[in-house]
Design a protein. Structure first.
Lengths: 219, 219
DNA sequence: AAATAAATTTAGACAAATCTAAAAATAATT
DNA sequence: AATTATTTTTAGATTTGTCTAAATTTATTT
């Protein structure tokens, strides 16, 4: 299926919103894509006519099987490029998203499969998100927000839900990265803040908001 | 200067045509880009208004200094990606052009400079064409068509003017590649065909047309 | 120097992707 | 159950890049 760059961006965004909500609605996609709701409706019509999604007017929409497959291809490209940019070109974690946002639209299957092999068929991207394989299969980590981690339990930082510059800055400050060993020492009920220990780093305290946006898996 | 993908394709094509002719004309660019002459005129107006070229109606056009600089940036990206695809991903010479045609439009300077460094700041692309450096400087080889090479003179194949599948097939058949050592043993005036010797390959005869499209430099 | 041919530009149309403002449908309150 | 608020869709424009067909300009022949 040949898709325009815009169509691809919409499909990928719908996929990402779908993870959280059953049905996606016009306004949330408009906010996510930073466009007007009218533009969303226009594109929904097109995607529906291309049989990529289920869409009942006024009642939200959702990718169908075909749409999902397409979304996973785009996400695969996006995350492989992010991996490349960090692992091979040594770019910073926070800068790679925007570049991958463009690279993901170059859609030669041979290119992507060779890139995949060249990178050693990586399973997770620099933000800790899983990279779909050639058949569109993703290995989901059993991760949870740091705030739900049991006290004194050893865990590994697996991903962060916000991947912008601000998050990066904070993580760098605390010396937290994807793969860091982490343990919660104390939790303050008042504001949800946590006292934590990162392996080979001094103890520190992070906010409840941070604790909600950092994901870990049990070790 | 922020340029659309189309504008970039036009600029790059004009640059490439300029190498051969003093002024570029509407029809040749239309043929080159496989579009209608009317579309060319439309785009020329836009590029002129963006002060990227000199254009006198009915009398042809030419990139100005700014246009040239932009063209060289696009060509740099194109050729670096081609180099990457062949050198790192092991793709074939004939397949990389179309992919680079898309990759070249991803225009993060940091990306390109890191890619350049990662590749070891290569000077020529897989087709033998020079890669402009960060400042837009190109090192031009003193090359000439094989048909103009003196008899029995040792030379190196430096580039080929046609880079499609057909050329690739023929070169592969004869065992000719960029960098091959070559010598002309005999020239047949009747049709311009040449008897040649490639280092470590059997002698063979190539057509006058081939001899015109394979470039070499003296050794 | 006309007449004819070739190249180029203009006029007008169209598809894609977006927008704003107005209308319509659905949801939430009183 | 009305009224009000929110969400979503439609109507109508706009920009970009393209096209065909007609008009215009330049080049080439006779
Ligand atoms: Mn994108
Ligand atoms: Mn990512
Ligand atoms: Mn291109
Ligand atoms: Mn090349």
């Amino acid at each position: 299926m040949k898709l325009s760059e815009s169509e691809e961006n919409y499909i990928k965004s719908i996929y990402n919103l779908q993870v959280k909500t059953e049905k996606v609605n016009t306004n949330s996609l408009a906010v996510f894509l930073n466009t007007s709701p009218a533009s969303i409706t226009d594109m929904l019509k097109k995607l529906k006519s291309k049989k990529l999604l289920e869409y009942k007017k006024y009642y939200g929409f959702r990718l169908n099987e075909t749409g999902n497959t397409e979304a996973l291809k785009i996400i695969r490209r996006h995350r492989l490029w992010e991996f490349f940019l960090v692992a091979k070109l040594g770019m910073e974690w926070e800068k790679v998203h925007d570049i991958a946002e463009e690279l993901e639209h170059v859609s030669s299957p041979e290119l992507i499969n060779r890139l995949d092999a060249y990178l050693g068929k990586p399973k997770i991207d620099p933000h800790g998100d899983p990279i779909p394989d050639e058949r569109g299969k993703v290995v989901l980590l059993k991760q949870k927000p740091l705030k739900d981690l049991a006290m004194k339990q050893n865990a590994i930082v697996s991903s962060v839900s916000s991947q912008g510059h601000e998050m990066m800055e904070m993580l760098n400050h605390y010396g937290i990265g994807i793969g860091s060993q982490i343990k919660v020492l104390k939790s303050f009920e008042f504001d949800g803040s946590l006292q934590i220990k990162i392996a080979r780093k001094p103890e520190c305290i992070i906010s409840g908001m941070a604790a909600q946006n950092i994901y870990v898996y049990d070790n």
